[in-house]
Ligand binder design. Structure first.
Ligand SMILES: [Zn+2]
Length: 194
């Protein structure tokens, strides 16, 4: 005798199915204070791109994952981010995010839901939120993510040098020891005798 196939009404009432399984707490994750809120153009494009390929329910769970640091070990390489996300299962899922172009991203996740061209799982969306937050706060990571690191590494270095120069400018001028300078000058070029 086969099990009764639940009517759709039952399915929605079945809380075990309807409610997502509890997340497992994880240490060392990247906690994002405001997941899905980006400031840089690239960060906004990434968040927008991720939101476009997920439902509002998936986006909501992804925000929870990102906020609670379920995304761990983010390895941000050139146009690629690899990470693990601890979901409700025993083992974390391994996933990756690729930047094909500005506003054009793909994702991969080994969870059962997975990612396709038009749908991303909550893990991938959570990773997108985390990466958006990382590149918003670190210019070096932003350049690595966009793949501009080689071309603009010099510019970044110049920015850093300028920051150093600025620091020197605002530093108080050390007081000058006039008598010792005069003595040193007198040794090199003694004043003419009167
Ligand atoms: Zn997934």
């Amino acid at each position: 005798m086969s099990a009764r196939r639940p009517r759709s009404d039952d399915w929605w009432r079945d809380e075990g199915r309807w409610q997502a399984k509890p997340r497992r707490a994880v240490a060392g994750g990247v906690g994002v204070a405001k997941p899905g809120k980006a400031t840089s153009a690239e960060g906004v494009a990434l968040v927008t791109g991720a939101n476009r390929v997920c439902t509002t329910a998936v986006a909501s769970r992804a925000r929870t994952y990102a906020r609670h640091g379920q995304v761990v070990g983010v390895d941000l390489g050139e146009k690629t981010a690899v990470a693990q996300v601890q979901g409700s299962g025993d083992e974390p899922y391994l996933l990756s995010l690729y930047r094909r172009d500005f506003g054009d991203y793909t994702a991969d996740c080994d969870c059962p839901y997975g990612c396709g061209e038009f749908y991303w799982c909550k893990h991938a969306v959570a990773l997108a939120y985390v990466v958006a937050d990382m590149i918003d706060r670190d210019l070096g990571l932003l350049l690595r993510w966009t793949g501009d690191s080689a071309a603009t590494a010099g510019e970044v270095e110049a920015v850093r040098i300028d920051a150093d120069r600025l620091a020197r400018l605002v530093r108080p001028i050390p007081s000058i020891d006039v008598p010792s300078l005069m003595a040193a000058a007198a040794e090199v070029a003694p004043p003419p005798e009167r």
